[in-house]
Design a binder for this molecule. Structure first.
Ligand code: NAD
Length: 316
């Protein structure tokens, strides 16, 4: 099998590329990435074909998808605050970008398209757990672009019979996730702060909950979806229904780093949802053999990665 990954130099994409190189049935991996947030070093030495460029470039997409059996579409501007600051850029990268990928998949003869949507599409709908059939209520331009992503996949399936699978990712974390930019996610930011002896920043009172999903679990599901060519035009939550508050996360970070964590509180952020927990029944029915990595093991593996990869190149 030959697999293309858009955004394959990013956090989830580079983890996926690594996992796929270990699959005997997968003989070739082609990555396209414009390196806006990703880095070439994350996939260095994996023996994959790297194309530096933008998914808006239809000719380049045709090159990357030529001979491929499937594409995992991860390229996006993945930040809620950034989408509030610059909604047109988010729309261009995420919604128009998805359309470009679908068109290229169609031109390539009907590739399987697996794409990343987000739990943010549930937005202001307060019901828990989040079942895929709940009414979506995006609270940010980013969430709208992800709803557009899954709607486009559904439409290409129904009108052109394209084999598709839109996943709603929930707070993915793990090795390779950056802590050093303005829109970094909570787990890498807190691990980095704990290892540096800085306080962690809690937006709001910290009782908000998230369904944290280890990147290895996400890659396992994506790999199974590719190997078994799973097709499902309805969105599928990619999380297992674990509900952890930010305050509960602090002892996990303390145990894994061996440091006492001090916290400072800041006002809640616009566009952030209060509670998030997946209904995982659709996921479990499609992938009955995949079990999630536990939070304590995932946080511990992430701390190990920070110690070996980040601290070794940090100036102090
Ligand atoms: P990331 O920023 O690490 O990876 C995105 C990659 O896409 C980067 O390497 C970036 O350089 C590349 N990229 C961005 N725009 C591009 C473009 N126009 N053309 C080519 N490449 C482009 O983010 P991630 O956390 O790995 O997220 C991957 C996907 O999963 C995204 O679609 C994101 O919206 C989605 N997602 C992630 C999470 C999470 O918790 N990490 C949650 C929900 C959804």
């Amino acid at each position: 099998m030959k697999i293309a990954i858009t955004g394959g130099a990013g956090f989830i994409g580079s983890n996926l590329a690594r996992v796929l190189t270990e699959q005997p049935k997968i003989t070739r991996i082609q990555v396209i990435d414009n390196l806006s947030t990703g880095s070439k070093t994350s996939i260095a030495g994996l023996g994959i074909d790297f194309f530096e460029g933008d998914i808006q470039d239809a000719d380049l997409l045709d090159q990357v998808f030529r001979g491929a059996d499937a594409v995992v579409h991860l390229a996006a501007l993945p930040s809620v605050p950034r989408s509030i600051r610059d909604p047109l850029a988010s729309h261009q990268a995420n919604a128009t970008g998805t359309l470009q990928v679908l068109e290229a998949a169609r031109r390539a003869g009907g590739l399987q398209v697996i794409a990343a949507s987000s739990s943010s599409v549930y937005g202001a709908n307060p019901r828990l757990p989040k079942h895929e059939d709940l009414t979506t209520a995006p609270m940010s331009p980013y969430a709208v672009t992800k709803l557009a992503t899954e709607a486009y996949l559904g439409a290409y399936h129904h009108s052109l019979d394209l084999p598709v699978l839109p996943f709603r990712f929930f707070n993915v974390y793990g090795p390779g996730q950056r802590a050093d930019h303005a829109y970094a996610a909570v787990i890498p930011k807190w691990i980095s702060a704990a290892l540096d002896g800085r306080p962690v920043t809690v937006h709001g009172d910290g009782t908000q909950t998230r369904d944290f999903t280890y990147v290895g679990t996400v890659c396992r599901v994506l790999t199974e979806a590719l190997l078994h060519r799973i097709v499902e035009p309805r969105p599928v939550n990619l999380a297992f229904g674990t509900r952890v508050s930010l305050l509960d996360l602090i002892p996990e970070v303390e145990t894994a780093t061996g440091r006492v964590v001090h916290r400072e509180h800041m006002p809640a952020r616009t566009g952030d949802v209060a509670h998030s927990q997946a209904d995982s029944s659709r996921l479990r029915a499609l992938f009955p053999t995949v079990a999630p990595v536990a939070l304590e093991d995932g946080v511990s593996a992430t701390v190990d990665w920070f110690r070996t990869s980040v601290m070794s190149v940090a100036p102090n």
